[in-house]
Ligand binder design. Sequence first.
Ligand SMILES: [Zn+2]
Length: 153
Amino acid sequence: MSSKKNADRPKCALCGSKDVSEPRGDERYCPDCWDKKIAVEEIVAKEFALKRYIRAQSAEKYLIYHSTLKRPCGQLIVIDDGYDLFLTLSLYPSFSWDDQAYHLESDPEVRSFAELLVDVIVTEVIEPWGGGKWHLEVHRSATPEPEEWNGEV
Ligand SMILES: [Zn+2]
């Protein structure tokens, strides 16, 4: 019984030879291939830069840059209501958000740039803020950059 179970054990999606152990709860990769996948994701994620533009006591605004573009390709607003973090992400059409962020041979999991940016936001904004419960709304902007209005009453 147990030997049959061993033979049926799923093999790593990338190398097809080693047993799966990663990620926990949704095991599809062996440790070596998982490390490789994470390393590739880190390189792709580093192409994004979040620059803080406004810093208030319970709110922040960031402009999102990608190394291939001079102008920001998105913006992020963070509001802390004292309990949870509320994030609003606007993605400008100047960047190909839905494109596959990287390609690994026979990888069953395809991740878009937009998905990878959420990882960057978690690491660079949510975790430094103290983590906890957060909510993210994503808006796709139809215009390449926001319209700005300045005034005083
Ligand atoms: Zn593998």
